[in-house]
Design a protein around this ligand. Structure first.
Ligand code: ATP
Ligand code: MG
Length: 566
């Protein structure tokens, strides 16, 4: 893979700041030199390309430093989670090329131990049962500029707290009526530290523990302890958890248990994309897209269906690098990385998306030839295959002009072009539909001595067209996809508009009656090709039928947006 676009690096070692910390810890023998990371998705949606960055970091660092990486579902929010999501997350991580081996965990597996830890905090006098309701809790918390106020229930005795907490667990109190809170201090400048709630009462069946629990631990309490229980050494998370790190450390210190180090990095943001699961769910629920795997979605299943390769996504993650500062990455970098990989690996094929018939008048009616077609000029080992040729072919309507503009090297009356790997043909005329004025047929003569596409006398022919033999071609639907949003930052609300106002009405265009060479008929769902002169395409994994592939545009050969928005 070509890595000419440098990632943000630690200038001395040529590595990013996260790897610099890991290397230092290994050198210092911290945690016995072990490296053990985890990827902790919340199973409340499908993974997106931002998660891919975190996955590449968590699994990547483990493998680079001879360590391990766990997959842990952070499933403490039963009302939003489901098995559908956990299965899709596993599938996506495997597809990206990573393996958690036998280390698949669920935070819910630790509910018993977390409960014990909470009781211990109570016994240490470091947690109390609070009777404030949700609104009062918010009110007492204070703001960034205003200190919080102490709960009137803060000074309950250990015995009373223990009794109440046990009764919370036993289901004696209604939802939301009481919480267990860490006893830290309401005057902390860091709001995360103002006696945060660590358990809440919630009667919601959990997708794994059923109705065993009516109290659920909060994220901050669960996360650090799950990391600790699993013997994690380095716990990577995105920058929005920077303030929570103090609480992470506080909880582990109070309990005196194994203490991993939390390290924050900047999340991935992409232009023309929304990346929050909540927003993606909204697009699905409002049927703005066909589902989580709509090929326009930035979800991993959407990108996969679109034709993205795991290699391209991994290579992209590497290029954007790991930084401490939030930034927005241009989506054209993702597309560029994809093109680069597909250029190297995708077999070529000919598909005419806007077909117009071309008749070679001096080519024998009954003759059919099998011509040699180079499967991938970038990869000689891919070899050649045969492509049928005959008197009538289809070429793209855009490759003919009755009145060609200056510098137009394609077909026009009198002009000569090369048919890719076939023959040189010269346009001798054309016919139009008398009603519509549309070109019906292009008429040509061919040079029988130019088989393969080379002029026998070395005369210069500049244009090369793709084509399909009319007799052999088959008809198929091709879907042209474009960016889902027209605004670079769809979340920009400065003009009072919301992200769904910026959906691109042209993000999906279905072309019917495209003519494809017969070789493509047997394409298996998910297989990718470069359609010459057009772009990379992938047989849709949902709508293709045996013998009837439906092709999705993965990415055009050229960045169309670069021209549109110079
Ligand atoms: P979202 O904000 O999209 O809803 P999330 O952070 O709630 O995502 P989680 O399932 O909690 O999603 O994320 C799992 C891991 O992936 C976390 O460590 C999180 O920090 C990381 N992650 C999520 N979004 C991004 C992103 N855009 N870039 C990098 N890492 C991300
Ligand atoms: Mg989250």
């Amino acid at each position: 893979m070509n890595d000419n676009i440098p990632a943000e690096t630690d200038s001395t070692a040529g590595i990013d700041f996260v790897r610099a910390i890991v290397e230092r810890d290994i050198r210092d023998g911290k945690h016995g030199g072990r490296v053990h990371t985890r990827f902790p998705p919340e199973p409340n949606g499908y993974l997106h390309i931002g998660h891919a960055k975190a996955i590449c970091l968590d699994f990547g660092i483990a493998s680079e430093y001879g360590g391990k990486c766990n997959l842990r579902f952070d499933d403490t929010n039963p009302s939003k989670e489901s098995v559908e999501y956990t299965e899709s997350i596993k599938q996506d991580i495997r597809w990206l090329g990573f393996d958690w081996e036998d280390r698949l965990f669920y935070a819910s597996d630790y509910f018993g131990r977390l409960y014990e830890c909470a009781e211990q905090l109570v016994r240490l006098g470091r947690a109390f049962v609070c009777d404030l309701g949700p609104d009062e809790l918010r009110d007492y918390r204070g703001t960034l500029t205003q200190p919080g106020r102490e709960s009137p229930w803060r000074n309950r005795t250990v015995e009373e707290n223990l009794d109440l907490f046990r009764r919370m667990r036993a289901g004696e109190f209604p939802d939301g009526s009481r919480t267990l809170r860490a006893k830290i201090g309401m005057d902390s400048p860091n709001i995360c530290m103002r006696d945060p709630v660590i358990y809440r009462i919630l009667r919601a069946p959990h997708h794994r523990t059923g109705t065993d629990w009516c109290i659920y631990p909060m994220y901050d309490f669960t996360h650090c302890l799950s990391d600790s229980i699993e013997g994690i050494t380095h716990s990577f998370c995105t920058l929005e958890f920077e303030d929570n790190r103090v609480l992470y450390d506080w909880i582990l210190d109070q309990l005196g248990v194994h203490h991993p180090q939390q390290i924050e990095f900047a999340r991935l943001n992409l232009t023309y994309t929304v990346m929050s699961k909540r927003k993606l769910l909204q697009l699905v629920e409002e049927a703005r897209v066909s589902g989580w795997d709509d090929p326009r979605m930035p979800t991993l299943c959407g990108l996969r269906r679109r034709g993205y390769t795991p290699e391209a996504i991994r290579s992209f993650s590497k290029r954007v690098g790991i930084a401490k500062r939030d930034s927005v990455v241009d989506i054209s970098l993702l597309e560029h990385t994809l093109r680069e990989h597909l250029n190297a690996v995708a077999p070529r094929a000919m598909a005419v998306l806007h077909p117009v018939r071309l008749v070679i008048e001096n080519y024998p009616e009954e003759l059919e030839e099998e011509l040699d077609y180079v499967i991938n000029p970038e990869d000689p080992s891919a070899g050649t295959r045969k492509v049928p040729f005959s008197r009538e072919i289809y070429v793209d309507a855009d490759d003919f002009r009755e009145n060609p503009p200056k510098g137009y090297h394609r077909l026009s009356p009198g002009a000569e072009v090369r048919l890719r790997y076939a023959y040189l043909v010269r346009c001798t005329g054309f016919t139009t539909n008398p009603d519509t004025g549309q070109i019906e047929q292009i008429l040509c003569s061919y040079d029988p001595d130019s088989r393969g596409g080379d002029a026998p006398d070395g005369r210069k022919v500049r244009g090369t067209l793709h084509w399909v033999s009319a007799r052999h071609a088959f008809e198929a639907d091709v879907r042209l996809y474009d960016r889902l949003f027209t605004r670079e930052n769809p979340m920009d609300r400065s003009d009072g508009r919301v992200f769904t106002d910026h959906l691109n009405p042209e993000s999906l265009q279905v072309l019917r009656g495209c003519m494809l060479e017969p070789h493509l008929k047997s394409t298996a769902p998910g297989d990718r090709f470069q359609f010459e002169r057009t772009g990379y395409f992938c047989a849709d994994s949902v709508d293709s039928r045996p013998g009837h592939p439906v092709f999705n545009l993965t990415v055009p050969l050229k960045d169309r947006w670069a021209r549109r928005n110079p």
